[in-house]
Design a protein around this ligand. Structure first.
Ligand code: SAH
Ligand code: SF4
Length: 467
């Protein structure tokens, strides 16, 4: 790690108020053909569609006001129907000697999501890389206990434009420095495969040569193991990379670390990922967050080696980024080396990743959690006690008796039904979408053990009994 830089202060109010969502669709989520239809209906010549596309995807404009290629009356007409940017405000924190930039975005209903931009300078033969990590949901229902987003609970799915606009935002920042985006990873807040239709659509928009134009192989979708979602992706057979957050090869431990393992056990997840690799010809990578004394022993490494033997996949070992409210720490470097060595010995590729952006709260969901209401001291102490007890039971090989997180799609082989589009009620044409109300209502509750701060809504009922 480089020396920490002083993070810039966060300008947002301590707690995001829940505003009424803006009913106008974001322009980046509207199909070009629909935009062309809208412009035609507004009496504009055909070439305006190209000018609009250039403004959205290739200019540095951040608002309709800055789209000077279009006349004022047209801009005003478009602004009545569509939002140029669905991120109403963004606050930046810079760390790792300017190599990591964390953005906290406010959505039109006041909810907060994060994206993280990481710069990797050119080294030897290797070209410079600029990787953006984006969010697919506000909060997350899966509830992995080491994850700050899991701690927040589920708030709502992002729509296509809210996902894509994180990328447009980063692109503008990069362009101003003479850089461009090289890689995109769905590893921010939320479980992408629980917002699958919006994520697939956003990935299409971002890899469309006429729109954002990122190479499909430079896009990675990370999942905690939603088996029907992996199967659905495999059926589409895209060239996107699939990353699976494994964190444990043994079911008892994974029940604790990734609660949806109680629905889709680790072998089913690895089998589905192998199906993705077979359908796409793309190597799957596995993420393994290493927690001191919990999942980092040589027994764990051997179990992982047996699980992944012959799959041709790659493992990324990541030291746990410390987050509040857990009793756990990152594994020491020598233990990570020993773990990785055991996998390499049987021919499994391993990379030990360093953790970027700790001083800017770059663990998934950490900044948004900071802005959320503080859990009470008593709640934190109870939670730690519960995790210590649950860790001991998991290490003794006991499967969790807790239910799987609520709201997961049914079955292991049934395709995931579109949730995002119908739930947001997105109509098919730009004109209709521009006038339709949005229905991004919260699906499950905020954490009950958080102390409400001034101006915040009272806590809602518990998300699930165990936490
Ligand atoms: N929900 C998806 C994608 C978002 S999480 C998933 O779980 O794969 C992206 C990655 O961040 C996951 O691999 C997750 O395990 C990791 N992560 C979450 N909290 C972390 C922490 N405290 N330290 C290190 N990695 C963390
Ligand atoms: Fe959700 Fe991923 Fe965090 Fe688990 S690690 S709570 S799946 S965002």
């Amino acid at each position: 790690m480089t020396e920490p830089t002083v993070p810039s202060p966060v300008r947002f109010a301590a707690v995001a108020p829940r505003d009424l969502p803006d009913p106008r669709p974001g322009v980046s989520g509207v199909e070009p053909i629909e935009l062309a239809g809208l412009l035609a209906a507004m009496g504009e010549p055909a070439f305006r569609a190209r000018q609009l596309g250039d403004a959205v995807w290739r200019s540095e404009a951040a608002s309709w006001d800055a789209v000077t290629t279009l006349g004022l009356p047209l801009r005003a007409g478009l602004a009545e129907r569509l939002r140029f940017d669905t991120l109403t405000d963004t606050d930046l924190r810079v760390g790792d000697d300017d190599a990591t930039e964390k953005a906290l975005h406010r959505l039109s209903d006041g909810r907060l999501v994060e994206s993280v931009l990481m710069h990797y300078p050119a080294r030897g033969e290797r070209r410079e890389r600029n990787t953006l990590c984006i969010s697919s949901q506000a909060g997350c229902a899966v509830g992995c206990p080491f994850c700050a987003t899991g701690e927040l609970g589920f708030e709502r799915d992002l729509d296509v434009a809210e996902i894509v606009d994180q990328v447009r935002h980063a692109r503008r920042r990069l362009v101003s420095r003479g850089r461009h985006l090289t890689n995109l990873v769905f590893m921010g807040m939320g479980e992408p495969l629980l917002n699958l239709e919006a994520v697939i659509e956003a990935a299409r928009v971002l890899t469309d040569a006429d729109r954002f134009g990122l190479g499909a192989r430079h896009l990675t979708i990370s999942t905690s193991g939603v088996v029907p979602g992996i199967e659905r992706l495999a059926a589409l057979s895209p060239q996107w990379t699939l990353a699976v957050s494994l964190h444990a090869a043994r079911d008892a431990l994974r029940d604790l670390l990734v609660p949806l393992n109680r629905r889709w056990p680790v072998r089913a997840v690895v089998a589905a990922a192998a199906g993705y690799a077979a359908a796409t010809g793309r190597r799957v990578s596995y993420e393994y967050v290493m927690i001191d004394g919990l999942n980092d022993t040589l027994t764990d490494a051997d179990a992982l080696a047996r699980l992944l033997a012959g799959t041709g996949s790659h493992v990324n070992c990541i030291p746990m980024n410390p987050v509040a409210h857990t009793p756990w720490q990152a594994s020491p470097p020598e233990r990570m080396e020993a773990f990785a060595g055991r996998l390499r010995a049987v021919g499994i590729g391993v990379t030990i990743r360093r953790n970027r952006g700790q001083e800017v709260g770059a663990a998934c969901g950490q900044l948004a959690a900071e802005k959320s209401a503080e859990p009470t001291g008593v709640a934190v102490a109870r939670r730690r006690e519960r995790l210590v007890a649950a860790s001991a039971a998991a290490l003794a090989g006991e499967r969790s008796q807790e239910p799987a997180p609520p709201g997961l799609p049914a079955g292991s082989s049934r395709p995931v039904i579109a949730r995002s589009a119908p739930r947001t009620g997105a109509p098919r044409t730009a004109e209709a979408r521009a006038t339709a109300p949005r229905a991004n209502a919260p699906r499950t509750a905020a954490r009950p053990d958080r102390r409400p701060a001034a101006g915040r809504q009272p806590p809602r009922p518990p998300r699930r009994g165990s936490r």
